[in-house]
Design a protein around this ligand. Structure first.
Ligand code: F2R
Ligand code: MG
Ligand code: MG
Length: 321
């Protein structure tokens, strides 16, 4: 893959995640909706304002860039700084409580154990993990380790950490496949199966395979979920991508049509689709409406520079075409 294509995929991933969030935010917590209605809604919106999903994704990217890799204290302080400057972004209940604990002196690596039983298994750490999938796209061991650690700042439950790692891994798999190369859905699912360590996720991934080609969206929601919990949204987002491989627009529109946690599922699906197809696959009229687009693109470019400076595998080095 040439450098230009790889950079386009980094941009597609972060911009794709933010647009999925901004579009999906209008249907969060609501039921299923026809795809035509989503099209009408997107035409009416003047600006795509993003929510906590993108706000925290920006925080992960900023911290990975400023620290040249993962630094837990730095990332926690970045989340706190961003939250305090824009607390109205629609955060889940858990993270603000954790931010207050850390500000009161609780270490970043233990605060998250103090909420819920066994820590949170909400999807808040998977929804923000795309920059980790980008930066560690060449090393799945490191990718898992950093996904777990970055999750544990706010979401220390095994299901949240595993959900974040799976989402990051899906981003990396998509990034590693040239956009003009067909993704083999079954091979992609097998890689996810081999990567997953948790039984519930293994079962959900097995369901994905059975659902490919399913026309009834109710069956998809019944099997995979559309909720705020990581195991009821991460597999759904990956499925939205796998069932709409060739179109970013169809992937994100389908994700929103499933109802439930639509900003988050569309954001995670959009991150994977953008990482596969690249920035030019995202409709211009959507890109033009995205709030803070120049900054999000600048973060993606910086991640690209760091990731490729540190590592470009030989098979990725090809002449520009
Ligand atoms: N907060 C929202 N949406 C609500 C409305 C927003 C509105 N439009 C507005 O503008 O105000 N969306 C965002 O939150 C989700 C991510 O949440 P996160 O960060 O995971 O939060 P939390 O609190 O950690 O977990 C979410 C819920 O999951 C349940 N839960 C988690 N762990 C649990 C455990 N161990 N036991 C029992 N339940 C557990 C709880 O109900 C948590 O509240 C995204 O959708 C984002 O878009
Ligand atoms: Mg949100
Ligand atoms: Mg949400």
């Amino acid at each position: 893959m040439c450098r230009g294509k790889l950079k386009s995929k980094f941009l597609g991933c972060l911009v794709g995640a933010a647009i999925g969030d901004g579009l999906g935010a209008w249907r969060e917590g609501k039921g299923m909706v026809k795809r035509e209605e989503i099209e009408l809604l997107t035409d009416r919106l003047e600006q795509l304002t993003y929510t906590d999903d993108t706000h925290m994704t920006i925080g992960v990217a900023e911290s990975l860039i400023e620290s040249n890799g993962f630094d837990g204290e730095h990332m926690a302080q970045t989340f706190i700084r961003n939250y305090e400057s824009e607390p109205w972004r629609g955060y889940g209940p858990g993270p603000p409580r954790i931010f207050r604990m850390i500000k009161s002196g609780e270490p970043w690596h233990s605060a998250a154990n103090k909420i819920y039983k066994g820590g949170s298994f909400g999807n808040g750490s998977a929804m923000r993990v795309a920059p980790t999938g980008l930066l560690y796209y060449h090393n799945s061991t490191e990718l898992r380790e950093i996904a777990y650690k970055s999750s544990s700042i706010t979401h220390s439950h095994e299901l949240a950490k595993e959900g974040a790692a799976l989402q990051a891994y899906a981003v990396a798999l998509a990034l590693n496949t040239p956009p003009d190369e067909e993704i083999d859905q079954e091979a992609f699912i097998l890689k996810l199966q081999n990567f997953a360590r948790n039984q519930l996720y293994k079962e959900k991934i097995a369901s994905m395979k059975e659902l490919l080609g399913e026309q009834d969206r109710r069956q998809v929601v019944a099997a995979l979920g559309n909720g705020i919990e990581a195991p009821r949204s991460v597999p759904t987002a990956i499925y939205c991508f796998l069932s709409h491989l060739r179109s970013y627009k169809d992937c994100v529109t389908y994700a929103i049509s499933l109802g439930g946690d639509t900003d988050t599922i569309a954001s995670m699906a959009g991150a994977i689709s953008g990482a596969y197809l690249g920035i030019n696959a995202i409709p211009d009229r959507w890109r033009a409406k995205l709030e803070n687009r120049a900054y999000i693109e600048a973060l993606a470019e910086r991640l690209y520079q760091i990731a490729t400076l540190n590592f470009i595998p030989l098979q990725h080095l090809e002449q520009e075409d």
